[in-house]
Ligand binder design. Sequence first.
Ligand SMILES: Cc1cc2nc3c(=O)[nH]c(=O)nc-3n(C[C@H](O)[C@H](O)[C@H](O)COP(=O)(O)OP(=O)(O)OC[C@H]3O[C@@H](n4cnc5c(N)ncnc54)[C@H](O)[C@@H]3O)c2cc1C
Length: 200
Amino acid sequence: MSEETAPTVCVVGGGPAGLSAALFTQKNGLETHVFDTDETWMHKAHLFNYLGVGSDDGTAFIETARRQVESFGVERHQGEAVESVDESGDGFVVETADGAYDADYVVLATGADRSLAESLGCAMTDDGVVEADLSMRTSVDGAYATGAMVRAEEWQAIIAAGDGAAAALDILSTEKGEHFHDFDVPADADTVFGAMSDEA
Ligand SMILES: Cc1cc2nc3c(=O)[nH]c(=O)nc-3n(C[C@H](O)[C@H](O)[C@H](O)COP(=O)(O)OP(=O)(O)OC[C@H]3O[C@@H](n4cnc5c(N)ncnc54)[C@H](O)[C@@H]3O)c2cc1C
């Protein structure tokens, strides 16, 4: 990882998949932006099946997740629609009506809307979903696809969040040059990270 400038991750979509990816990358030192138009299906959901969450309104869940990622320093561009994602030689350019953002990595988390992945040139499966491996890598180097966009059905919030985490760990492993995991221990709850997550 460069000592001068942290690599940049642009996450497109702020549902469970995108916010989960952003949490892991920002917490572990990568500059992370999340663009979101607030059409997450979570606004229609009530969770009884998200392990560790007894019962929670989907909108309340996503609001907690937003506060959590913000507490770690993620820059959220709420209401800023991404119009295009293109390769730029050594990374990507993410364009919105407000500007263009350079990114070393892009995590696509746009729910069932796969149009950005298609226009970026990501391979699709015979089912018409974005092709991704277990680390959520697409056929485009440095571009990841997560959540509902990689599944024809079997859409669950906890799966989407897991996809985001898998993408983030792959990015972090690439940057660190070795397999990376984000393990904390009870003593870490007394540190600044523990204090921040308590606020969320
Ligand atoms: C009625 C209903 C009930 C459900 N109930 C449950 C349940 O009980 N339990 C459960 O586990 N799951 C439930 N789900 C499924 C769950 O909501 C999804 O699995 C989950 O939201 C998928 O997460 P995601 O991050 O992939 O996509 P989403 O949550 O859909 O998030 C995608 C985000 O990307 C944004 N976006 C899209 N394009 C752009 C763009 N170009 N620029 C910027 N932002 C963009 C959207 O606005 C959206 O906010 C339910 C779904 C529905 C529809």
